[in-house]
Design a protein around this ligand. Structure first.
Ligand code: CO
Length: 208
């Protein structure tokens, strides 16, 4: 696509929005009150608004390679704290996806250069669940399972955060783990049990 086309598309989109509501952009400019914080993969095929069927203003979004909540990533922690404490979102979602290149790369014991430290987050998930994963003989099934386990572990990383624990206790903020299946378009809920996870880790991680 030529870059000029992007600006033509933008003009067409403005006209479409205004034809339905003359005040559309004026209303958007007044502020945002999203109910969801979505943390997903940077993969171009997995767009939060499209797969959730929501409009601008309805979801606060953070994306990185393989939807990781790394403890020393100031970027993701700033997003989480702003969304939870200031926007007061009701739900925090970790959304992984099948056919995730980041997870695939992490499964191979090869040097990925500058990506090594980032992929190590996922390699650590593999190590934590090595017993279960190594029992899965089919490589695609093992790959899919690591994608799900990575979502689960990133949900646990969320639950370790004080702002999340506090908002859960005070106003029942919920954490969700989802997987998007690129091949079918289906969004799968892994049914993360916040209370059970917190109970299991609270001897070390409970901060409130
Ligand atoms: Co991905």
């Amino acid at each position: 696509m030529k870059i000029e086309q992007v600006f033509k598309n933008n003009q067409k989109w403005i006209e479409e929005k205004l034809s339905v509501n003359q005040n559309y952009f004026n209303d958007l400019s007044k502020g945002q009150a999203p109910e969801f914080l979505y943390i997903g993969c940077s993969d171009s095929r997995v767009t939060a608004e499209d797969i959730m069927g929501v409009q601008p203003g309805e979801v606060f979004v953070h994306r990185n390679i393989a939807n990781v909540v790394n403890n020393i990533d100031l970027n993701v922690h700033s997003v989480i704290n702003y969304a939870v404490q200031h926007l007061e979102v009701k739900h925090v979602v970790i959304c992984g996806h099948y056919y995730c290149g980041g997870v695939k790369a992490a499964m191979q014991p090869t040097d990925m250069g500058i990506l090594n430290p980032w992929l190590r987050n996922i390699r650590d998930v593999y190590r934590l669940h090595k017993e279960e994963l190594n029992c899965i003989k089919d490589e695609d099934a093992r790959y899919n399972r690591l994608i799900e386990l990575n979502v689960q572990e990133q949900c646990i990383n969320l639950i370790k955060i004080k702002a999340i624990q506090k908002a859960h206790a005070e106003r029942n903020l919920l954490v969700h783990g989802w997987v998007f299946d690129v091949k079918t378009g289906k969004l799968i809920d892994l049914k993360i049990d916040f209370k059970k996870i917190l109970k299991g880790i609270m001897d070390i991680y409970k901060l409130t």
